[in-house]
Design a protein around this ligand. Structure first.
Ligand code: HEC
Length: 153
């Protein structure tokens, strides 16, 4: 059994803490306790839910899409220690970093809404925006922050 997935919500000025999840492969996740997490753990949780979301799109399983999108929207916050390091390094650029997370967050909420309406065309078009949010942040910050946190993330 695969174990413990973390996600975080970004709201304009903070990376917010929300629930962690335990997950079995190909099963919709159930919530457990709120948590903060290592960024890598959070990111791997996002990857798992993005896979779940993608599978939901191709299986046209709206419940799975909705659950995966909500999981992405509600990922837990990065732990304070790492957040402080990132803040110290990025300075004013922090708002751009947070903006990418907000893009992913808002898109995933929109995807969940479209899934409720069983609107697959809308789900897929917002999915592109969400992936763009992931990739834009990686393109600009992934290596830099990975190095920054490598000893202690
Ligand atoms: C606001 C910036 C940001 C956003 C948005 C973002 N990531 Fe990341 N991601 C990072 C950073 C920074 C790292 C490097 C973490 C590290 O190495 O400690 C990373 C690393 C990763 C990794 C590699 C983890 C590992 O074990 O090396 C995966 C997978 C990942 N992200 C998936 C995603 C997915 C999927 C999304 C969108 C749903 C996403 N990320 C959105 C910043 C972001």
């Amino acid at each position: 059994m695969k174990f413990i997935k973390f996600f975080a919500v970004i709201i304009i000025s903070s990376i917010t803490c929300l629930p962690a999840y335990s997950q079995e492969p190909n099963k919709v996740q159930t919530k457990s306790t709120p948590a903060t997490g290592d960024l890598k753990v959070i990111m791997n949780g996002l990857l798992d839910d993005t896979k779940l979301l993608t599978e939901g799109i191709f299986l046209e399983d709206f419940a799975q899409i909705e659950q995966a999108a909500n999981n992405i929207a509600n990922h837990p916050m990065i732990k304070m220690e790492s957040k402080k390091k990132i803040l110290a390094t990025l300075g004013e650029e922090m708002s751009l970093f947070k903006g990418f997370d907000a893009k992913v967050h808002n898109a995933s909420l929109e995807i969940a809404k479209s899934a409720t309406n069983k609107d697959l065309v809308s789900v897929v078009s917002i999915y592109y925006q969400m992936i763009d949010g992931c990739f834009s942040c990686h393109n600009k910050y992934k290596n830099k922050i990975s190095k920054l946190l490598q000893d202690n993330n």
